[in-house]
Design a protein around this ligand. Sequence first.
Ligand code: AMP
Length: 143
Amino acid sequence: MMQLKQLLEKKSAGAVTVAASVSVGAAIQTMHKRRVGSVVIQADSGMPIGILTERDIMCLCAEGKTDFENMSLEDCMTTELVVGKPEDKVTEVLGIMTMKRFRHMPVVKDGQLVGLVSIGDLVKATLEETMQEAEALRNYITS
Ligand code: AMP
């Protein structure tokens, strides 16, 4: 059974992070530049304290709140974070994300942010594993 740490080892970059003191506008620029759908807000201690995703920005737009440069990230981020551990199983995390309806999971070890997995990363890894297993079974049957 695959664990989150195996996925993080394969991913080249760690989680994209910003400080809580920056504006929502600055966070959007970071997401755009790094081509990601979320930023994790990290305290100086290394502990993740919030997340802002594309969905949050879409909701702000729908509410007519678009003065992003003058908007504090601290006021807009989700602070009740659900995080994973490196030892967590990929299938379990996929289940949590599906149930809770979010697509990003920061990974924490000893109170420190060590990476982030998206639902896309998890689906890709699961698909690859399933295809490898099917291939191994086919080879076994035909040999
Ligand atoms: P997403 O589907 O990841 O774009 O996020 C949907 C909503 O859930 C947004 O309000 C996010 O801020 C929030 N969210 C995303 N990931 C998490 C997480 N790991 N823990 C708590 N909230 C999250």
